[in-house]
Ligand binder design. Structure first.
Ligand code: PRP
Ligand code: MN
Ligand code: MG
Length: 179
């Protein structure tokens, strides 16, 4: 375990087992379709990469990068698109992939945007959800794990761009971000 981590919430094995289940669920639900899977940079990349390997139907991949204005540790709800999709999504079945729903402001914005662009359907898959922090009414269609309101890192989740590469999900020691 990394010395800055106080507790492992989900081991590498637990994460991979859950991803396998989510992949099987998506495979069943999208049988006969060709969904466009959209990863939200950068946090979603590790989860997305493992998830799509467990989906056994044809899929296409794309990415978006967004940034919220305002204080860096708190979403403001105003989302700016840094990198947009490379294609039209009109008529497509879209699956947005996130690492975590915190306030929910990023995902609610993106879901509305992609619906306005006339996607046939827009579903949300997130590895983690922190319901205590939600500021909007949002529910993932596919959820890995619910987490408590702690500073969580690993498997794509960062603190100041670090710890994304941990293969498990853990709680960051307070002294790391309080110093
Ligand atoms: C994090 C996380 C989600 C978003 C969730 O991304 O990866 O994308 O915040 O927050 P919300 O529910 O309050 O909107 P971040 O903006 O830190 O960028 P990153 O993915 O590059 O780390
Ligand atoms: Mn993110
Ligand atoms: Mg981040």
């Amino acid at each position: 375990m990394h010395t800055d981590v106080s507790e492992v919430l989900f081991t590498e094995q637990a994460v991979q087992d859950r991803i396998r289940e989510l992949g099987a669920q998506i495979t069943r639900d999208y049988e006969g379709k060709n969904p466009l899977i959209i990863g939200i940079l950068k946090g979603a990349t590790l989860f997305m990469s493992d998830l799509v390997k467990r989906i056994e139907i044809p899929v296409e991949l794309d990415f978006m990068a967004v940034s919220s204005y305002g204080h860096s540790s708190e979403s403001s709800g105003v989302v700016r698109i840094i990198k947009d999709l490379e294609q039209s999504i009109e008529g497509r079945d879209v699956i947005i992939v996130e690492d975590i729903i915190d306030t929910g402001l990023t995902l609610i914005y993106l879901k509305n945007l992609l619906q306005q662009r006339k996607a046939a359907s827009v579903k949300l898959v997130t590895l983690l959800d922190k319901p205590d922090r939600h500021k909007v009414d949002i529910t993932a269609d596919y959820l890995g794990f619910t987490v408590p309101d702690h500073f969580i890192v690993g498997f794509g989740l960062d603190y100041a761009e670090r710890y994304r590469n941990l293969p498990y999900i853990g709680v960051l020691k307070p002294e790391v971000y309080q110093s």
